[in-house]
Write a protein that binds this ligand. Structure first.
Ligand SMILES: [Zn+2]
Ligand SMILES: [Zn+2]
Length: 173
């Protein structure tokens, strides 16, 4: 296959990965995989969080595809390139720009980058597993739409009320 065809496959897979990431985030990470993902919704100490294991899983998958691809399967190789590109983009933008785990501080004030950051911040407005919005990443819906959705679910308010310290109990002496 021509180089251009392979490049088109890689770009296609990159875009497709947004759908895969969305579904994995919504149905796996906020489903049976919450045990790992929870660490990403709570304050964690240290450099790493359990949620990083998902990045490891995706990397292992991409490496396996690279191995198969370099043994005479250029299409598989192109797929691996697409997955890796998405991973790198996610790692730089999600971990760097949104969560500031990278040693750069940049806060986008307009355009697509700003919307992307805000949309993901709204995903983190909810601490628990249920009632979150905005599971995708590359495609960021308008912030007003997400806020309205979040408000209509009422999860943020419910969580805030649950966190309120309960009435101090009188101590028995
Ligand atoms: Zn999440
Ligand atoms: Zn996040």
């Amino acid at each position: 296959m021509e180089f251009l065809g392979l490049a088109a496959i890689a770009v296609g897979v990159f875009l497709l990965m947004e759908g895969v990431a969305w579904a994995a985030h919504k149905y796996i990470m906020h489903g049976f995989g919450w045990g790992w993902h929870r660490s990403h919704h709570e304050e964690t100490e240290g450099v790493f969080e359990k949620n990083d294991l998902y990045a490891v899983v995706f990397s292992v998958l991409a490496i396996a595809l690279f191995v198969v691809g370099s043994n005479g399967h250029p299409v598989v190789f192109a797929v691996a390139v697409g997955i890796t590109l998405y991973g790198v983009f996610y790692f730089v933008v999600h971990d760097g720009l949104v969560h500031q785990r990278w040693p750069f501080r940049a806060i986008p004030h307009r355009g697509y980058a700003k919307r992307l950051v805000q949309a993901h911040r709204l995903h983190h407005a909810v601490e628990g597993k249920e009632g979150c919005v905005s599971f995708g990443f590359l495609y960021a819906p308008p912030v007003e739409k997400l806020s309205a959705e979040l408000r209509s679910r009422g999860t943020v308010v419910a969580e805030r009320q649950a966190r309120k310290p309960s009435e101090p109990r009188p101590t028995v002496s």
